[in-house]
Design a protein around this ligand. Structure first.
Ligand code: SF4
Length: 381
């Protein structure tokens, strides 16, 4: 049973629009639904004997719609009842090594030797210790894990796990110390294992975390360890993917139906700005695809974060809000005004146009536009 830790974490649910948009999420931490990772490891998928990544991915795609249908039927039932049914049904089979979660984890392990977890597709052989463009090797490096009270009201208290490394290179990064300049050589080899990660979940939930919040840096390079950790935990809280969403189509397919709620970061709505300020040329293309996938293949429950940047309301903020409004079903948007120049922007004169804070006029313009098109943003901003 959860208890509120600050007033607005309770009163926020009195808002009908919010209550209707985060139904599964709320019911999981209230104990009325089962987190998706637990169901994925109970869903029988025979794949032993298949070795090739493409073959395994085909099996995954074959079973994805079946899993989607199955969780819709089972998610609200008592876990013991489902476990009993599965035990009866698959007496003769080895379900611990033939289930949907295991299949996903097996594919990710295979990809690690020529990594394409994110759209950089740098193909580093991380399995052999090679370091990817994201700055990490095959290990997951946890910078900190604690109860975060500063996230959006519906998700606090949040059991937040910060990973080192990042898949994009924002020139104004406000977390540069854990994203880029974390001194990899000094910590090399001292990563966090899947079991240690699962121990973090246990501790965070004991400290009243309402969810497990994977963030960074960026969680994407750690996908293989995170999925492995799901085999070693029993926590009954929603799993939350808090990310720049620069994942490949394949990575996104593997996690879209596994996480219960999403905090996608949407900064730009064009290739030029994403390339210039974050060295992420496929950003807009990937973001659109991955956001649709959350709705088509996953829970469809998310809070989009949009950081308003100086001199970027016309090229990014306004078109982005329009795209969200026209293409997504039930968006909640946190329109954030805390941009400040940092990292490379502060160290050089290469980006004078973003070397200041966002003005009140710019924030008003963006928020006013959100109101004009009817986007729901106030209770999460
Ligand atoms: S996650 Fe890292 S290693 Fe993998 S493709 Fe992206 S940048 Fe390269």
């Amino acid at each position: 049973m959860w208890t509120p830790s600050k007033r607005d974490t309770m009163t926020v649910w009195q808002q009908v629009e919010l209550e209707n948009r985060l139904v599964y999420y709320r019911e999981i931490f209230q104990g009325k639904r089962i987190p998706r990772y637990k169901l994925a490891r109970l869903f029988y998928v025979p794949f032993n004997g298949y070795k090739d990544k493409d073959e395994l991915m085909n099996i995954h795609e074959h079973y994805h719609p079946k899993f989607k249908k199955w969780i819709a039927e089972k998610q609200h039932l008592p876990l013991e009842e489902i476990e009993k049914e599965i035990e009866e049904l698959h007496k003769a089979e080895d379900i611990t090594s033939n289930n949907y979660l295991e299949l996903k984890a097996t594919i990710l392990k295979d990809v690690l030797s020529s990594c394409e977890f994110c759209e950089n597709r740098c193909r580093a052989n991380r399995d052999e210790g090679e370091v990817g463009k994201c700055g990490v090797d095959d290990k997951a490096y946890v910078s900190s894990a604690f109860i975060h009270m500063g996230e959006e009201s519906p998700i606090v208290p949040s059991g937040t796990i910060f990973f080192l490394g990042c898949t994009i290179d924002c020139q104004f990064c406000q977390n540069w110390d854990i994203s880029h300049e974390f001194g990899f050589e000094r910590i090399k080899g001292r990563g966090t294992s899947a079991i240690q990660l699962a121990q973090h979940y246990f501790t965070l939930v004991k400290q009243s975390a309402r969810n497990i919040n994977f963030v960074g840096g960026e969680p994407t390079p750690n996908l293989h360890v995170i999925l492995e950790s799901f085999k070693h935990t029993q926590v009954d809280v929603p799993m939350l993917w808090n990310s720049n969403m620069y994942l490949t189509d394949m990575s996104m397919k593997l996690i879209a139906d596994l996480f219960d709620i999403w905090l996608p970061d949407m900064k730009y709505s064009n290739k030029e700005c994403a390339t210039k300020y974050s060295k992420a040329p496929k950003y807009w293309e990937a973001l659109q695809r991955n956001m649709r996938m959350i709705e088509d293949r996953g829970s469809g429950e998310y809070i989009i974060r949009h950081l308003v940047m100086p001199n970027h309301t016309k090229c990014c903020s306004i078109p982005l809000l329009d795209w969200i409004n026209e293409n997504l079903n039930t968006p909640l948007v946190n329109i954030m005004g805390q941009y400040h120049p940092d990292y490379i922007v502060l160290q050089t004169d290469r980006f004078p146009e973003i070397k200041r804070r966002v003005s009140t006029t710019e924030m008003y313009e963006v928020r006013n536009h959100a109101d004009k098109i009817g986007l729901y943003w106030k209770s999460v901003s």
